[in-house]
Write a protein that binds this ligand. Structure first.
Ligand code: HEC
Ligand code: HEC
Length: 322
């Protein structure tokens, strides 16, 4: 027995076949058995059921065209069950499946999409950002794919970078931004609490925080500030390898610039304690596989448009307007 016949004769297949047959043959029997008067039935005048003077039982059979419609539906059902799937596991001579139809329709839609995207293929995101059509498509993709994390309009939230400003922890060239989107990024700031307290004592984290705060305050005098000057020594021992001697960060590692007064994770004492003691691990998922090359470029163009030309998209109010 082939796979096909064994699946056709499986229990549920035969169960459906029986149901279909009972229904269709039941209709045939009903039509046939009611079409004629059986011997022994009382005549039209003998039932004593008479209304409105001349209306008696049996005197108005259903019109012929109506009965014939029923026969036609039965013939249609037989044809349908031969051509389409429906008769248990019998696939029908057309071998039609909803999945197959979906595939064909998707292939047509993909062709259309490709044609829509063809003019944008392979272009740099800053070039595309000058094309309002590209930016509009990119905004649609952004709202569907990125806004859950970066917020609608790309203004970000705690832990999710604001994409409308000029601060790029992973670099701000068109290629850098595109790489962030296509390949994703993982910022790993290890937990430093134990290390710091081991070298600088129980207040070490507070010292480092005091120093980190001075980095974004050019007027601060570290020499005259005991905590900050203690913190500077610890910073130079532990933090400079990633954040740099001047605290300006490192776009290769995604190590935040600590001098710009932008705080991805917040600048309250509690937030900085958490960041430095327990570390942070921000994950930007890769999107090239999900969206394909051209669509990541289009969404990149939208992102670029948010932070350039004053954040105003051609012909539209700024998405990040306050
Ligand atoms: C191994 C590299 C590395 C070292 C060493 C390191 N950091 Fe970081 N730091 C990072 C990275 C990467 C991030 C970004 C984390 C993320 O994206 O989730 C970060 C983030 C931060 C932030 C958050 C900035 C913001 O915008 O919220 C602060 C504050 C910070 N580091 C301070 C320090 C201090 C203080 C030290 C030294 C005790 C230190 N870091 C040592 C790599 C490092
Ligand atoms: C699951 C949440 C999430 C989604 C979805 C997401 N992002 Fe991100 N994205 C992040 C996080 C978190 C970071 C910061 C990673 C780090 O700590 O360095 C980031 C970083 C970025 C950066 C780098 C920012 C910088 O300062 O260098 C860009 C650009 C970016 N995302 C664009 C996008 C775009 C465009 C999309 C949609 C295609 C998107 N993101 C979808 C979470 C997300």
């Amino acid at each position: 027995m082939t796979d096909w016949t064994s699946s056709f004769t499986s229990f549920w297949s035969l169960f459906i076949v029986a149901l279909v047959l009972i229904n269709v043959l039941g209709c045939v029997w009903l039509l046939w058995s009611n079409a004629k008067r059986r011997p022994g039935d009382p005549g039209p005048n003998e039932t004593s059921h008479v209304w409105d003077g001349d209306l008696t039982e049996y005197n108005k059979p259903m019109p012929k065209w109506w009965i014939n419609l029923f026969w036609i539906t039965i013939v249609f059902a037989a044809g349908y069950l031969i051509y389409y799937p429906g008769f248990g596991a019998f696939a029908g001579v057309s071998k039609w499946t909803s999945a197959g139809q979906l595939e064909r329709e998707q292939a047509i839609e993909n062709k259309k999409l490709e044609a829509t995207f063809a003019p944008f293929a392979g272009k740099a995101i800053d070039t595309l950002a000058a094309d309002p059509k590209a930016v509009a498509i990119g905004r649609g993709i952004f709202n569907n794919t990125c806004a859950t994390c970066h917020g609608s309009g790309g203004k970000g939230a705690i832990g999710y970078p604001n994409l409308t400003d000029s601060i790029w922890k992973w670099g701000g060239t068109p290629e850098d931004v595109l790489t962030s989107i296509q390949e994703g990024r993982q910022g790993v700031m290890a937990p430093w609490g134990t290390v710091l307290e081991g070298t600088g004592g129980p207040n070490a984290v507070a010292y480092v925080i005091a120093y980190v705060r001075t980095l974004s305050q050019p007027e601060a005098n570290v020499q005259n500030d005991f905590m900050a000057s203690q913190g500077k020594k610890l910073f130079e021992g532990v933090c400079v390898s990633c954040h740099g001697p001047d605290g300006k960060g490192n776009t290769q590692l995604g190590a935040s610039n600590l001098t710009d007064n932008y705080w991805l994770y917040g600048d309250s004492n509690a937030a900085l304690q958490e960041t430095i003691r327990n570390g942070r691990h921000g994950v930007m998922p890769p999107h090239e596989e999900l969206l394909g090359d051209t669509r990541t470029r289009l969404v990149g163009a939208y992102v670029w448009s948010l932070s350039h030309q004053g954040g105003t998209m051609a012909g539209e109010p700024a998405a990040n307007a306050q």
